[in-house]
Design a protein around this ligand. Structure first.
Ligand SMILES: Cc1cc2nc3c(=O)[nH]c(=O)nc-3n(C[C@H](O)[C@H](O)[C@H](O)COP(=O)(O)O)c2cc1C
Length: 313
């Protein structure tokens, strides 16, 4: 997820059992232009494997070059973005716009799979809109090009993030190919994860927004699928240690100033649902440095025991 699945977030998700993590979307153009910022987005600093790096773009040659550069920098797999609905991206004929041009999809996937030895994967939607539901065709093209697995977000581009993800439609795409298909969209609880598996028959699950401020969701889902029972919500101390882990990695990864700014949204997600969260968010948003933010987090999460206990009821 752009702006979210940076190295600190991925380390946190890994701690809680996520098997496979994908970098933020990286512009193939920026990569080839050698942008330092872009390289940091794909960086795993040697502490993370396997790392899937997602690239976006619409030019087969540039995509192939960007894929190769990312593999040289340590990517263990390359994911091609065919799902991003944002205007700025689709207007450059990238992201979800690729689904409108099946021939171009074929050329991009051929070029990238030829360029690198590591697995190439695809992230896509059901189609551009309800009149162009060609997810099954795109999946077959991907399979023929040697793509190793496909993740499907069960919405069209026209839906953006509105409505509900269609898990049955994901199941139809799963049935159209023999390579693994990963289902994505609207999984926020272990029970929903199980339901998605039952409805779609997919081979794996991808969770995005449901893990914001709740990285333990990965562990809860795995436990529920394996043992059929729900794990309790983390207690106050674990929650606090989780927040601290994330904050400290942000400060370390981005440096004290930028890290402090970038940690704001995550702290706000961690605080969601706890009494006093609005005031905590306000204080964090005005915190001048990481040390003060740390103190605010300590005060807030360590004294939040009553409200967290209430949430669990
Ligand atoms: C802020 C934000 C950024 C996202 N960035 C990306 C991205 O860079 N690449 C991608 O494939 N999907 C991206 N997505 C889409 C998610 O990966 C996922 O497909 C979508 O949110 C539905 O799954 P969920 O309900 O589990 O969140 C993004 C979603 C959000 C909300």
């Amino acid at each position: 997820m752009a702006g979210i699945t940076d190295l600190p977030f991925r380390l946190q998700a890994r701690r809680y059992g996520a098997d496979l993590l994908v970098s933020e979307m990286i512009s193939s153009q920026a990569m080839v232009r050698n942008s330092l910022r872009t390289k940091r987005m794909a960086s795993s600093e040697g502490v993370e494997a396997p790392l899937v790096v997602q690239i976006a773009g619409g030019d087969p040659q540039i995509m192939a070059d960007a894929a190769r550069m990312n593999v040289e920098l340590g990517a263990d797999a390359i994911d091609i973005n065919m799902g991003c609905p944002v205007k700025k991206i689709v207007n450059t004929w990238a992201g979800a716009a690729l689904m409108k041009d099946e021939e171009l999809v074929g050329r991009i996937l051929e070029a990238v799979t030829k360029a690198v030895q590591v697995p190439v994967t695809v992230k896509m939607r059901l189609g551009w809109d309800n009149n162009q539901l060609n997810g099954e065709t795109i999946a077959r093209i991907a399979q023929a090009a040697g793509v190793r697995w496909i993740a499907v977000h069960g919405r069209t581009r026209a839906q953006m993030y509105q409505g509900k993800a269609d898990w049955q439609a994901i199941g139809r795409i799963k049935a159209a190919v023999s390579i693994p298909v990963i289902g994505n969209g609207d999984i926020t609880t272990p029970q929903e994860a199980k339901h998605m598996l039952e409805i779609s028959g997919v081979d794996g699950l991808m969770i995005g927004r449901g893990a914001l401020g709740r990285p333990w969701l990965f562990q809860q889902v795995k436990h529920y699928l394996e043992h059929g029972e729900s794990l309790p919500e983390p207690d106050v101390e674990e929650r606090y240690q989780t927040v601290l882990f994330h904050l400290d990695h942000m400060l370390d990864h981005y440096g004290p100033r930028t890290g402090n700014l970038m940690a704001r949204k995550h702290l706000s997600w961690y605080g969601r649902g706890i009494v006093g969260a609005a005031r905590f968010r306000e204080e964090v948003n005005h915190s001048p440095n990481g040390e003060i933010t740390r103190q605010l987090a300590s005060q807030f999460f360590r004294t939040a025991s009553c409200s967290i206990a209430e949430m669990a009821l």
